[in-house]
Design a protein around this ligand. Structure first.
Ligand code: NAD
Length: 432
């Protein structure tokens, strides 16, 4: 089958490479010429473990181009994996999806299935299909199928090769069968439904996970008040198969390109239909306040950060990704800088992206040791393994004042007792 993937970000590129790995010939289209040049050389433009290797293994079935017109002309299936970022009002920006839809309509010369993988509000696929049909340059059959993506950044390759389920939302048996055939070598359970249910499955799933995180964070905050330990509480909860142990890790809130925007988009939609989803609203509000938790905790030690040296460990929204979208570091570091602190930061892969936003404002360090050296306080925003490997004596030895605010509960608090380090984490007793 002649497959085209539009957009080579985390979703599009991983999808394209996984489909090539399953034996399909795949043309990956992007508007970004620099990205296309890199991919032609077998270089992944994004950091995603295992992606570049899998891409290189399948190069003979992969083509990368900016020439969308030629790519769509003979396509039998086009996957759309372009971004749907948040607009100022919280709704989803669909301009990239609609742009691709126009480009498809103007160029396809074969019967074609358009598979929307981007996360889009309920009803969008109906609009995409109408838009394509209204603008077709040739008399061909076209149908839009919803096939939402559930991968997580950092584990995108295994998540795609061994997905828990493949959701296909289509309005005809013909379309369902074609998309099912595309995935025939994936051996994963299919959930086959109509388009609107498929679109809703994506939002309901993502927002449930966001809600679970906000729930455990709120419980963690309450643990601090009543003297309970959130790690033990989460462990005790997680053994219950009705609850499950994933997404029960308390911290300074979720970030990334999906949970923040998908909660806001569903909340926006619910208000649009005058049926506000109050649980989603609560998840958003808790997360916004949780992101500032460490800054608030720092007030226990310093009235202001003015004149202090602040060590920041971790810039990305989670480990194993270079993605900074909605990362807590983006909310906290500007506050530190406004306060007048000198900020030293370390991250193994996020620095280049951070420099694009803050080229000169912070000191980027190559090592954790250099970051901690002579610091008055340390903030941990990302639980990189190198951070988790640190010992209390490392903080004590290197910092001027060993105060560690851990937003990801990287260590067991008791290991800090008697170490001369103040260790303050989320949902657990402070150890001094
Ligand atoms: P991304 O921003 O990483 O990539 C989007 C790509 O699309 C970019 O490379 C951009 O240059 C390209 N693009 C824009 N307009 C184009 C056009 N007209 N033709 C071809 N390419 C074009 O986005 P992403 O993180 O991969 O997310 C894509 C979609 O998938 C979003 O709707 C997102 O919500 C959803 N999603 C993302 C994840 C994730 O973890 N990132 C997981 C599940 C679902």
């Amino acid at each position: 089958m002649n497959i085209v993937v539009a957009g080579t970000g985390y979703v599009g590129l991983v999808t394209g490479v996984a489909l090539a790995n399953a034996g399909h010939c795949v043309t990956c289209v992007d508007v970004d010429q620099a990205k296309v040049e890199l991919m032609r050389q077998g270089v992944s433009p994004i950091y995603e473990p295992g992606l570049e290797e899998l891409m290189q293994e399948n190069m003979e079935r992969l083509t990368f181009t900016t020439d969308y017109a030629s790519a769509y002309r003979t396509a039998e299936v086009v996957f759309i994996g372009v971004g749907t970022p948040e607009k100022k009002d919280g709704s989803a920006n669909l301009s990239y999806v609609f742009q691709v839809a126009h480009q498809i309509a103007e160029n396809i010369e074969n019967d074609c299935i358009v598979v929307v993988k981007s996360t889009v509000p309920i009803g969008t696929n109906d609009k995409v299909e109408k838009l394509i049909k209204d603008n077709l340059a040739h008399d061909v059959w076209v149908e839009v199928v919803s096939n939402p993506e559930f991968l997580s950044q950092g584990t995108a390759v295994p998540d795609t090769l061994h997905a828990a389920r493949i959701v296909i939302g289509a309005e005809s048996d013909r379309a369902k069968e074609i998309v099912r055939n595309v995935y025939e070598n994936f051996h994963q359970p299919f959930v086959i439904t109509n388009r609107r249910s498929a679109e809703m499955i994506k939002y309901a799933s993502n927002d449930f996970l966001a809600l679970k995180i906000s729930y455990i964070n709120e419980i963690a905050n309450f643990c601090e008040i009543v003297g309970a330990n959130i790690e033990d509480v989460a462990k005790g909860m997680g053994y219950d198969p009705r609850i499950g142990n994933r997404f029960l890790h308390a911290g300074i809130g979720y970030g990334g390109s999906c949970f923040p925007k998908d909660t806001k988009a569903l909340h926006w939609m619910s208000n649009y239909y005058e049926r506000e989803l109050k649980t989603i609203k609560a998840a958003i509000e808790i997360n916004d306040s949780q992101k500032l938790k460490l800054i608030k905790k720092s007030k226990q030690y310093y009235d202001s950060l003015e004149g202090l040296t602040v060590a920041v460990l971790g810039l990305t929204f989670k480990p194993n990704t270079d993605d900074l979208r909605e990362a807590p570091s983006l909310v906290n570091i500007p506050i530190m800088l406004d306060d007048g602190a000198t900020v030293k930061a370390w991250d193994p892969v996020g620095v280049e992206n951070y420099k694009k936003k803050y080229p000169d404002e912070l000191q980027y360090c190559d090592t954790i040791e250099e970051t901690l050296k002579d610091a008055d306080i340390c903030f941990i925003f990302t639980e990189w393994q190198e951070v988790k490997d640190l010992k209390p004596e490392d903080f004590k030895r290197l910092m001027k004042k060993a105060i560690v605010l851990d937003g990801r509960n990287c260590y067991i608090p008791e290991t800090f007792s008697g170490s001369g380090v103040v260790y303050n984490s989320i949902g657990r007793t402070i150890v001094e």
